[in-house]
Ligand binder design. Structure first.
Ligand code: SAM
Length: 330
């Protein structure tokens, strides 16, 4: 586990807010500030760390997500005018994947079940060019207040925040009848977050070196109850009669919260199946773990990211509706 630390070096990712500007305009602005635009075609995935050394004045269009730019590790853009005015959002690449998997189209209606602080909510609004509607649920009032500020700064005009448990939202309420896209990013262990990776590695080393059985048992119970909650969130979203596409994500590296949640959801209902691999960030090479509840073909349909990819550890799956909803039972 000590070697894990050597591989941790996250690139800085800039998501272009399509509500306020365009990717071309942002590229031009950085070029005018003497950032040199590198071409992924010249670098390749294996050459990224070499071509983009820490703090080099370089950047690149992301090869997998068309509204994301990549900067070298250590680039600090927190004071940059484009960030301050909401034209760009500083967001890890992995956490930009779920909205691309949900694929809400301009003018449609979407829901974000566990939305705060709202980066993915604002990303959906950006992909929808601020037309349509996004219902954003979160049960934590303070975090939802942050969502309102964050999405306001991004210029989002189509967000309806609602402070409540998503599990208490009535899927058959007429106001949600037009919702077609659901983004589900529920609470998870957070074990993939790089800043927490040191803590994770330390506790792992601790467990290995000492008699860590008690710790492991606690961790197992915690993961089990998180996974139960995650399954219930996905199944609840699938009850909304108009929903036809669902994105499920975590910032966890544990199969129990990822592939195994997907396998449980597939086993529990028959209206939704896995979105095919070519709809789920198809150019991204690291796919799901096989043998962790999914067949090899199913594992190809879901996406993982790891710190050695220059991102946080993350997981994304897409589900698509296969069958019309069952008529509501009174
Ligand atoms: N999607 C967010 C983003 O990209 O900014 C991050 C979401 S965070 C991983 C999980 C959120 O789920 C927390 O804000 C938490 O308050 C919320 N949450 C937990 N249980 C919930 C529930 N039953 N209903 C709605 N939100 C819930």
């Amino acid at each position: 586990p000590e070697n894990l630390r050597d591989n941790v070096s996250t690139f800085r990712y800039v998501r272009v807010n399509l509500i306020k500007t365009t990717v071309d305009a942002v590229v031009k602005a950085f070029e005018e500030e003497r950032y040199k635009l590198a071409r992924f075609e010249d670098i390749g995935r294996d050459g990224l760390h070499k071509a983009m050394p820490p703090k080099a004045r370089k950047f690149m269009r992301d090869p997998d997500l068309n509204d994301v730019l990549v900067f070298p590790p250590g680039t600090d853009l927190h004071d940059h005018p484009l960030y301050v005015n909401g034209s760009v959002i500083l967001q890890d690449k992995a956490s930009c994947m779920p909205a691309h998997v949900a694929q809400p189209v301009e003018g449609s209606q979407a829901l974000d079940a566990c939305a705060a602080p709202g980066n993915k909510t604002s990303h959906m609004a950006s992909l929808m060019h601020n037309r349509g509607r996004v219902f954003a649920f979160d049960m934590d009032r303070n975090r939802l207040d942050t969502l309102v500020k964050l999405t306001g700064n991004a210029g989002c005009k189509i967000i309806t925040p609602e402070c409540m448990s998503f599990l208490d939202v009535d899927p058959w309420d007429a106001q949600y009848a037009g919702v077609e896209y659901a983004l589900l990013d529920p609470s998870c262990s957070g074990s993939g977050i790089v800043s927490r990776l040191d803590a994770l590695v330390d506790s792992y080393i601790d467990v290995v070196r000492k008699d860590g059985k008690a710790n492991k048992d606690n961790e197992g119970a915690r993961l089990g109850s998180l996974a139960d909650f995650q399954v219930s969130i996905v199944l609840h979203a699938m009850k909304f009669p108009g929903v036809k596409r669902v994105s499920y994500s975590t910032c966890s590296v544990h199969a129990e919260e990822n592939e195994q949640v997907v396998a449980r959801v597939l086993a529990e209902q028959d209206e939704f199946g896995l979105a095919p691999a070519d709809h789920v960030i198809p150019t991204w090479p690291r796919r799901g773990l096989s043998g962790a509840g999914l067949t090899d073909a199913q594992a190809e349909c879901v996406v993982r990211t790891m710190p050695e990819d220059g991102t946080n550890g993350f997981f994304v799956a897409g589900f698509v509706r296969l069958r019309a909803p069952e008529p509501r039972k009174e």
